[in-house]
Design a protein around this ligand. Structure first.
Ligand SMILES: *[C@@H]1O[C@H](CO)[C@@H](O)[C@H](O)[C@H]1NC(C)=O
Ligand SMILES: *[C@@H]1O[C@H](CO)[C@@H](O)[C@H](O)[C@H]1NC(C)=O
Ligand SMILES: *[C@@H]1O[C@H](CO)[C@@H](O)[C@H](O)[C@H]1NC(C)=O
Ligand SMILES: *[C@@H]1O[C@H](CO)[C@@H](O)[C@H](O)[C@H]1NC(C)=O
Ligand SMILES: *[C@@H]1O[C@H](CO)[C@@H](O)[C@H](O)[C@H]1NC(C)=O
Length: 545
């Protein structure tokens, strides 16, 4: 038994999985440790934080987070759910939502091309038991990109596509060799049938001459081949209002667009950079934005003349203009709430959520208006999240990992939702005896939000259970100690707020405590380890067990 934990750790180490033994009951999990610099005040909205942090370094073996994946955390930074074993590749845009009355989780899952800012894959939809119920892809032989999945009225999904196409770019400053451009496409899909209900293509409606990211051998591509296509428009969010029209954020136009839901015509364009982007609105002097993300309709006036929208203003791009100047608009990024008036054609900044640190994110980001009017701003490439009261007071702030692992952690979008999770996986129980003749039990249940109390029993030879004690749930993992050696197998029972037993662990036998928590294990050479392992494997195989 002692060897078992020892070799498990060593084995994980060799695989590069880097478990860190934060949890005795789940030595396979090593979630990020949020660095909470403004602890949530009583004004914080109820709910959990949904995020999917990943390393901004190309070599992510030695950088945090150790296990990049979708996560649910409490606002105290306590783990609720790790999606690391479920999402095998790269996941982003992790959210909770509702489809046909059912609570679901969804996330993009696929490959990631950070230099060109796109990915290809599918949307994975989970039920509230954390079971995959659907994988959703774009229709009409097109590949889904990572940026958007937005459920509309519980029935349809907005999905976005990054489609390189060959075209003549000479009128936009390209040479004869530069022939590839990215058509930014979105589709609205029926979630039951997968049928494409609407499709919109940027090249049909918006000229590349209006792009604020020129044809350069940089992030947005120089057009020499399809993998280097010029990403002149770059849709990173799509929303739909009650009238059935769409709101697009086009990062490389530094503009928001409203699109007619029937004809696809551009109803208006709100340009972010005065003098550089065309616009249908008169904006006041201080109001400028660009390279933004995550635009959402919030409300429409009863006469239909005004709309309020929210978005994340990066104000930085990470590329340069034709003269080699870094594309930057404001000194730092912010969450913005804007009112557009389509009678008088004015746009006005209602709120600007300024970062508590000097954060300027060259990529990614989100701004979510919460049910109680608070606002959650996620700082994209800066790997941080802040909750504000509606009038702009920061009441919670966290970086997505801690210590050296916190360096260059990125997180595309973050959300806060109320959520109830009912995992089908088994309760995990680990028990050890100490040199002081105590028994310590550790119990956890990945994704569970309902357990309030744990009961522990020892199970005698006859199968008779004797209660060892009970304890309030204290976090992802709860530990419980009895002042004696328990030799019988032990089980743990999860009890919810109404006193119902909602799950029972398998019986485990206590092992002798080998190491105090977080003790560094001296690494044996991998050769010894592999010799041992191949011996064990051969023995098991040939003895026919
Ligand atoms: C595409 O063009 C880029 C920029 O010129 C170049 O670095 C890359 O190697 C090319 N890729 C292919 C597959 O030709
Ligand atoms: C918006 O501006 C474009 C470009 O100037 C113009 O063609 C279009 O008519 C304007 N739309 C409205 C509704 O004014
Ligand atoms: C448009 O502007 C006029 C004059 O400034 C003002 O009286 C009117 O209320 C405005 N309309 C709207 C819809 O705000
Ligand atoms: C948390 O973040 C603050 C601000 O960046 C930093 O000074 C501090 O060292 C971080 N703490 C940890 C444990 O990472
Ligand atoms: C633990 O129990 C053993 C066996 O009963 C006894 O010999 C030992 O002294 C105990 N250790 C402590 C620290 O109480």
């Amino acid at each position: 038994m002692i060897y078992q934990s020892y070799f498990l750790l060593l084995f994980l180490h060799i695989l590069g999985v880097s478990a860190d033994w934060q949890f005795r009951s789940r030595p396979d999990l090593a979630p990020p440790k949020l660095n909470i610099t403004i602890p949530a005040t009583s004004e914080a909205a109820p709910g959990y934080i949904f995020c999917a942090p990943f390393s901004g370094y190309a070599d992510n073996r030695n950088h945090g987070p150790r296990q990049a994946a979708p996560y649910i955390f409490t606002q105290d930074g306590e783990l609720v759910w790790s999606g690391f074993s479920l999402f095998s590749i790269w996941a982003t845009n992790f959210q909770a939502g509702k489809i046909n009355g059912e609570n679901v989780l969804f996330s993009f899952e696929g490959s990631h091309n950070p230099f060109y800012g796109h990915g290809h894959g599918h949307i994975t939809i989970l039920n509230d038991k954390y079971e995959t119920v659907k994988e959703l892809r774009a229709g009409k032989h097109k590949i889904s990109d990572k940026h958007e999945f937005n459920i509309i009225d519980q029935k349809t999904g907005l999905i976005q596509i990054y489609q390189p196409v060959p075209t003549d770019l000479t009128s936009y400053g390209g040479s004869k060799d530069q022939q590839w451009i990215v058509d930014a496409i979105f589709q609205e899909i029926d979630l039951d049938t997968g049928k494409v209900l609407f499709e919109w293509s940027s090249l049909d409606h918006a000229s590349p001459k209006d792009s604020v990211v020129p044809l350069t051998p940089d992030q947005a591509g120089s057009g020499y081949n399809s993998s280097d296509a010029w990403d002149y428009f770059h849709i990173n969010s799509v929303d739909k209002d009650e009238e059935g029209n769409y709101l697009l954020s086009a990062r490389d136009m530094a503009s928001l667009y409203k699109i007619d839901g029937k004809t696809g015509e551009i109803l208006w364009k709100l340009g972010g950079i005065p003098g550089k982007t065309s616009t249908n609105f008169t904006e006041n002097e201080e109001f400028k934005f660009g390279f933004q993300h995550h635009a959402r309709f919030l409300a429409t006036s009863p006469d239909g003349n005004k709309q309020i929208i929210s978005f994340y203003d990066n104000s930085a791009h990470g590329s340069e203009d034709k003269d080699g100047r870094v594309l930057k608009i404001n000194d730092h990024s912010s969450g913005k709430i804007v009112e557009v008036d389509t009678k008088n054609w004015t746009a006005k900044l209602l709120q600007n959520y300024e970062p508590p640190y000097d954060l300027l994110s060259k990529s990614q980001g989100s701004t979510q208006v919460l049910e109680n009017g608070n606002v959650l701003v996620n700082w994209g490439s800066e790997g941080a999240v802040t909750e504000y009261t509606h009038d702009g007071e920061p009441i919670f702030h966290a970086f997505f990992d801690s210590g050296s692992l916190g360096d260059n952690v990125e997180n595309y979008r973050a959300f806060k939702y109320q959520w109830h999770g009912f995992p089908t996986e088994d309760v995990a129980l680990f028990s050890e005896t100490t040199i002081d003749n105590e028994t310590i039990m550790y119990v956890s249940w990945n994704g569970d939000t309902e357990t309030k109390k744990w009961n522990f029993y020892r199970v005698g030879d006859s199968g008779k259970r004797t209660i060892l004690g009970e304890i309030e749930r204290s976090g992802f993992e709860t530990s419980f100690k009895v002042p004696s050696i328990v030799e019988d197998p032990i089980i743990a029972e999860a009890v919810d707020a109404s006193g119902n037993v909602i799950s029972i662990s398998s019986a485990v036998t206590s092992v002798e405590q080998v190491l105090p928590l977080n003790t560094k294990i001296e690494k044996k050479s991998s050769k010894d380890f592999l010799d041992y392992f191949s011996w064990k494997a051969a023995q098991t195989f040939f003895s026919g067990i």
